[in-house]
Structure formats: C-alpha cells, structure tokens
Design a protein around this ligand. Structure first.
Ligand code: E4P
Length: 207
C-alpha cells in the first residue's frame, strides 16, 4: 500500500513529501499547465527534493513521437522518471518498447479491465484507472478497481482521479496497490472531527 501525490504544485508536494508518507508523484499536462511552470522545472524541483518516482506524461502524434519524448525524459531524469503513456495503440506499443528497456511505465487513462489487461501485457509497471472520471460519467470507478484486481494483472494498480478520502480506503480495500491523490485529499485524510474534539479535551485536561 503506497500513496502518491497527484499534483504539479511543487511547493505543496514537497511540504507533504516531508511527512515521509509519500512514495511518488504523478503529473499530467493539465496539472503542469495549471502550475504555470515549465515541465522541466516541475520535474527537477520534485527530483531535487528527493522524490524518486515521478510520472511524466508524454504526448505525441504517433508512436515514434511518444517514444522519442519518452527517451528524452529517461536520458534527462534517469531512474526518477516513470513514463506516462495513454492507453492507446501507440501508447501501448511505446509501453512495450520502454518496458523491454527496463524503463518504468505508467499507462494512464484506463477505463476498462480489457485496457488494464493489455497495458499489463505491454509490461506496464503501473496502470492508472481513473475512478473519479468514471463516476463523473455515471460509471462505477470502484467496480473497475475490483474487476482489474480479480483479473490478476501483474502491473501495479495505481488508482487515479481520486476526489475524496473515502475513495482512497475503498480503492485499497478493493485491491489497489497505490492511490495517487490531490493535495486537498491528502490533507483531508488526517482530519476527523472526533480527533479534533479529543485533542481539544485532552489538551484542556492536561493543563
Ligand atoms: C492520474 O495520474 C491523473 O493525473 C489524475 O489522477 C487525473 O485526475 P482528474 O480526473 O481529477 O483530472
């Protein structure tokens, strides 16, 4: 069971990473765009802070484009780079080529068990089912986690597109190996009204 942060807001990520509870970071082009930073700056800031597993998404018009960009990241960031490719034909071909070179690959945008099977057969280290986006579209994200777990894929199930703390515990209970969570969800995982009330009472009684 591992927690990743799903964010390109480097200051926020680094402060939470210092808790020692975070094992990696996932980014995507939208998160990087929202951060207002260049992708290279985001990746280097995370790596320099000691984060050993950073998912870096590649985009491209075809397999060769994707592969060339992926290899650029591998050359620049070495073992810190996990290459994120979409679950498309080109993406899966690139996944197979990279995994044959022992490069970690995160196959993203997974919405069915059959996609998870293909990504796993292509040698993906991680497969990322998007729970929240399924639920947003009246599909059942948690059922997908359960289905993938029941198939018995060799890739690690990295539950993504998580919107709330309850989804984290449900995803782990259904067999996710890793949950990648936005900063806000991570912060909420600490919180319980009864914990706050208990601390307040104990502090009062101790003084
Ligand atoms: C996963 O790797 C993605 O970056 C992310 O979880 C997508 O989440 P969203 O559906 O909230 O954009």
């Amino acid at each position: 069971m591992k927690l990743f942060l799903d964010s390109a807001d480097t200051d926020s990520v680094i402060s939470r990473f210092k808790t020692g509870l975070i094992s990696g970071v996932t980014t995507n082009p939208t998160l990087i765009f929202k951060s207002g930073e260049h992708p290279q700056d985001v990746y280097w800031d995370l790596i320099k802070a000691g984060i050993k597993d950073v998912s870096m998404e590649v985009v491209g018009d075809n397999e060769e484009d994707l592969f060339a960009r992926a290899m650029g990241h591998v050359k620049t960031y070495g073992e810190h780079a996990t290459i994120k490719v979409p679950c498309s034909v080109d993406g899966l071909r690139v996944c197979k080529r990279l995994s044959d070179l022992n490069v970690r690959v995160n196959v993203t945008l997974i919405f069915s068990a059959s996609q998870a099977i293909l990504a796993s057969l292509a040698g993906a280290t991680y497969i990322s089912p998007f729970i929240g986006r399924m639920d947003d579209n009246s599909l059942d994200g948690m059922k997908l986690i359960n289905d993938i777990k029941n198939v018995g894929v060799s890739a690690k199930i990295l539950a993504a597109s998580i919107r709330d703390p309850q989804s984290v515990s449900t995803a782990f209970a259904l067999g996710a190996d890793i949950c990648t969570v936005p900063i806000g969800v991570f912060d909420k995982m600490y919180k319980h009204v009864l914990t706050d009330k208990g601390i307040e009472q104990f502090n009062k009684d101790a003084s």
